[in-house]
Design a protein around this ligand. Structure first.
Ligand code: NAD
Length: 484
């Protein structure tokens, strides 16, 4: 059984306290590795290694930082199969999904920021001929990157790539539930020639390693993706220490389908938006609102698409719905559906745990795509993130009613609108309280656009220039121009 140690100063080191946690394959329930259960001393060691590497890395020309990062991207691509398989075993997601989305996007994150730093620009302001004002941007130093389990390598690289590109040194804390591909990435970084200490990884639980990283006085910024409650705790710790904080949190995303939409296409994409990665994507459309004239036709199609999804062994190439990420999460999803039924919801499909797809997966945790109708707008299933393969469907009559329903939650991460009326698309997109609105599509991403949530879905924006700005600090220089 492999032991995932911490990656500090370019070398693998065991946790100082000697603690380990099991790594479980959710599709089978088998413990197949153990991971360091780190604490404050391990974080301290990693922050020190990062601090020692900082001056050298910050002074490395952008072109050289770019070259090293492009080599990391190429190595991720060269190791696509191994990484996809590891991610599938670790998280329960279909291997085909990991191969098609997670791993290529991890490489794309490195490529994007490796080339972005070759094209930065800065402004100079001529103050009426009396002075020149310009702004310098400098890396912060040691920064902390904390990521969740749902898109393990993709979201980890989404943080560390801009941080490293901007000249910082990173202490990363991947999710303890899915630690494997972050460890594989460390080996690839060594192979690519990333100097020791530029990327350090400390494994462990949120309450141990994660909390210690947020509290560490040597860490200048925290980039966090995870649940809203965790984000609130991180903000409460980082705020008084004046650390920069970027928080990408939970969502309860609305998908609004108007009667003038292409109903077949909207239903097909609503199914994808609801159930991709077993509904464990922060951007999943978990509440669908459908204009009454097409409600029945839409729901029939959505249910047919949901039923057709193949629940199976994540390592089977044909599988479209794998295992949920852990037994604890499976129980949370199952219990949330039971409470929704008590609140009046009706399962049109799914609604109870799925049978194991084969003998290998007899002890796995599988839940089928579930469509719930008649859930009251104020009930828990309509208000709180379930983060599983569960979607609600609700009819509406007017645009105002749709907006009130869509915006009637504390979250504001993403939203979708389906309509063939261009004016309505713009009007509704402008009024939806969400950090990103997709019109007649879902999950189309351009890495140049700022990404993040409104309301309790987050603070700050990641992606593109915003991410590079986040990982730098600014200094304005005002130079008086000579005169008589
Ligand atoms: P989580 O908040 O439980 O954990 C996320 C990470 O934070 C893990 O690495 C965990 O160990 C760490 N952590 C936990 N407590 C901590 C603490 N007190 N201090 C520091 N670190 C701590 O989230 P999760 O269950 O891993 O992920 C699911 C959540 O992530 C969902 O709510 C989902 O919506 C959200 N998410 C958001 C986005 C986004 O971009 N907005 C993307 C993906 C997932």
């Amino acid at each position: 059984m492999s032991s995932l140690r911490n990656f500090v100063g370019g070398a693998w080191v065991p946790p100082r306290g000697g603690g380990w946690m099991d790594v479980v394959e959710p599709a089978t329930g088998a413990v197949y590795a153990r991971v360091a259960d780190s604490g404050g001393a391990d974080v301290d060691e990693a922050v020190r290694a990062a601090g020692e590497a900082f001056a050298g890395w910050a002074a490395t020309p952008a072109a050289e930082r770019s070259r090293v990062m492009l080599r990391v991207a190429a190595l991720i691509e060269d190791n696509l199969e191994a990484l996809a398989r590891a991610e599938s075993v670790d998280s329960g997601k279909p291997v085909a999904l990991a191969r098609r989305v997670d791993i290529p996007r991890a490489a794309a994150n490195f490529r994007f920021f490796a080339t972005a730093i070759l094209h930065t620009r800065s402004d100079l302001h001529d103050t009426d001929g009396a002075a020149l004002n310009y702004t310098l941007r400098r890396p912060l130093g040691v920064v902390g990157c904390i990521s969740p389990w749902n898109l393990p390598l993709y979201l980890f690289t989404w943080k560390i790539a801009p941080a490293i590109a901007a000249g910082n040194c990173v202490v990363g804390k991947p999710s303890e539930v899915t630690p494997v591909t972050a460890s594989m990435l460390c080996d690839l970084c060594n192979e690519a020639g990333l100097p020791p200490g530029v990327l350090n990884v400390v494994h462990g639980a949120g309450a141990g390693a994660g909390k210690a990283l947020v509290e560490h006085a040597g860490v200048r910024a925290i980039s966090f993706t995870g649940g809203t409650a965790t984000g609130r705790a991180i903000a409460a710790t980082a705020g008084p220490a004046f650390k920069k904080v970027s928080l990408e949190l939970g969502g309860k995303n609305a998908n609004v389908v108007f009667a003038d939409a292409d109903v077949e296409e909207a239903a097909r994409e609503a199914c994808r938006a609801a159930f991709t990665n077993q509904g464990q994507v922060c951007l999943c459309g978990s509440r669908v609102f459908v204009q009454r004239g097409v409600y029945d036709a839409f729901v029939d199609r959505l249910v047919a698409h949901a039923r057709a999804l193949r629940v199976g062994d994540p390592l089977d190439e044909q599988t479209e719905q794998g295992a949920l990420v852990s037994r604890a999460h499976f129980e949370k999803v199952r219990d949330a559906v039971e409470r929704a039924k008590k609140d009046g919801a009706r399962a049109l499909c799914g609604g109870a745990p799925a049978d194991a797809p084969n003998a290998r997966c007899a002890q796995g945790v599988f839940y089928p795509p579930t469509v719930l109708a008649d859930a009251p707008a104020s009930c828990e299933a309509m208000q709180e993130e379930i983060f599983g393969p569960v979607v609600t469907v609700t009819p509406f009559d007017t645009e105002e009613e749709a907006l009130a329903l869509a915006n009637g939650v504390r979250y504001g991460l993403a939203a979708m609108v389906w309509t063939s009326d261009l004016n309505r698309a713009h009007r509704v997109a402008a009024r939806l309280e969400a950090g990103i609105v997709w019109v007649n599509c879902w999950m189309v991403r351009d890495l140049r656009t700022p990404f993040g949530g409104m309301k309790e879905s987050g603070v700050g924006r990641e992606g593109g220039d915003e991410a590079l700005r986040f990982f730098t600090e600014m200094k304005n220089v005002c130079l008086r121009m000579g005169g008589e």
